[in-house]
Design a protein. Structure first.
Length: 364
């Protein structure tokens, strides 16, 4: 079995933090999916649905540099006050990390309190957008910085006609992280609530503030994120497949981090590769996933054998391939959680891969 037991890999955990760094995994560890090893600086083919190893040295993507003569999109921002929304009002927060429920090791006992909060939104609008025309778009979690951070990449990809002229909407969470905090409630729970929140509360404000018209076509909508933001992107597409069908994740939290406990989905996002994808009918979702070779392993007090980010993403790759999904998986050597150094090389490729086929399907 690929699953590496806690007793072997980590010392005992006290409180909410680990006492040892995550181990470095090898792409050919027992139980890992089969990989194709790429050369330094190389990204996978755009038409490939498979597993690839990149790194440990990375070459910054040329699309990250401004090019003279390339039209530049504009970036705008605004805030949403939680008191003005119907959903996620009020938010929640905790003062201390929870304790494992002695009656159910799959969940925590957490004391929370209500909060008001302001959510920042960053929006990238491509150059040449004509007011009133429907635009495809990508939602990115843990914003709002990606609206500006992705700007040059998007300018270049759009100018080269490698992706459609998308609007990018970078949305901050409601704050905190994991069980008992608003971010955890939004990102980690296995339901369509956050996708509905974005649909009802965020997108209408984006259209009004930025004077854009966003497509209703789910094939023209992508969701992206890192860590829990990554698992949230898939949760949105899975539970609201009528709204989203393209997903990009880095270090996706496909582990058991849902809270409060839901008997219908007792394994949280671990359930994607444990039961949902293998057993439910295939959904029209195109999915890019990636993980670091020293990504997270049991970063908190839970010891349910469902908190291994590397194994979780390996298992995702296996079930996606078995089910015939359009997917691409990168195992990033020399990279930790969030694979930030590897993203310097592969992020433009990942964005292009996620959007591949959209123009073809639209006859453009």
């Amino acid at each position: 079995m690929f699953r590496l037991r806690t007793a072997v890999l980590l010392a005992a955990v006290v409180g909410s933090s680990v006492s040892a760094a995550p181990p470095v995994r090898k792409y050919d560890d027992p139980g890992a999916p089969p990989f194709k090893v790429l050369k330094e600086g190389e990204n996978p083919p755009l038409d490939a649905y498979d597993n690839f190893v990149i790194g440990p040295k990375y070459v910054p993507a040329p699309e990250r540099k401004k090019v003279d003569g390339v039209p530049e999109g504009k970036v705008e921002s605004f805030e949403i006050d939680s008191k003005e929304t119907k959903l996620f009002n009020p938010g929640i927060a905790r003062k201390v990390f929870g304790k494992v429920d002695p009656k159910n090791p799959k969940t925590l006992i957490v004391e929370t309190h209500p909060i008001d909060y302001k959510r920042k939104i960053g929006v990238y609008v491509p150059s040449g957008y004509k007011e009133g025309t429907e635009a495809p778009f990508m939602v990115v979690h843990d914003g709002p910085g990606q609206a500006g951070g992705y700007k040059t990449i998007l300018d270049n990809l759009i100018a080269q006609k490698r992706i459609p002229p998308i609007v990018l909407i970078s949305i901050a969470s409601g704050g905190g992280d994991a069980q008992g905090h608003e971010r955890g409630k939004e990102y980690d729970n296995m339901n369509g609530d956050y996708a509905t929140y974005i649909e009802d509360e965020v997108l209408p404000r984006v259209e009004k503030h930025c004077k854009v018209k966003l497509t209703k076509d789910p094939d023209g909508r992508a969701a992206a994120g890192n860590s829990s933001g990554g698992s949230c992107a898939l949760i949105m597409a899975w539970f609201r497949n009528d709204l989203y069908r393209r997903v990009l994740t880095t270090s996706g939290t496909f582990v058991n981090q849902a809270w409060p406990f839901d008997e219908k989905y007792p394994d949280g996002a671990w359930g994607f590769h444990e039961t949902l994808i293998p057993k439910e009918p295939k959904k029209p979702i195109r999915l890019f996933i990636s993980v670091g070779d020293s990504d997270l392993l049991n970063p908190n007090v839970m010891r349910d054998d469902m908190h291994d980010w590397v194994e979780a993403n390996h298992r995702m790759a296996k079930v996606l391939k078995d089910k015939g999904y359009e997917y691409q998986y990168l195992f990033c050597r020399g990279a930790g959680h969030s694979v930030g150094n590897a993203q310097q090389q592969f992020l433009p490729h990942a964005i292009e891969w996620v959007w591949k086929g959209y123009g073809d399907k639209k006859g453009k």
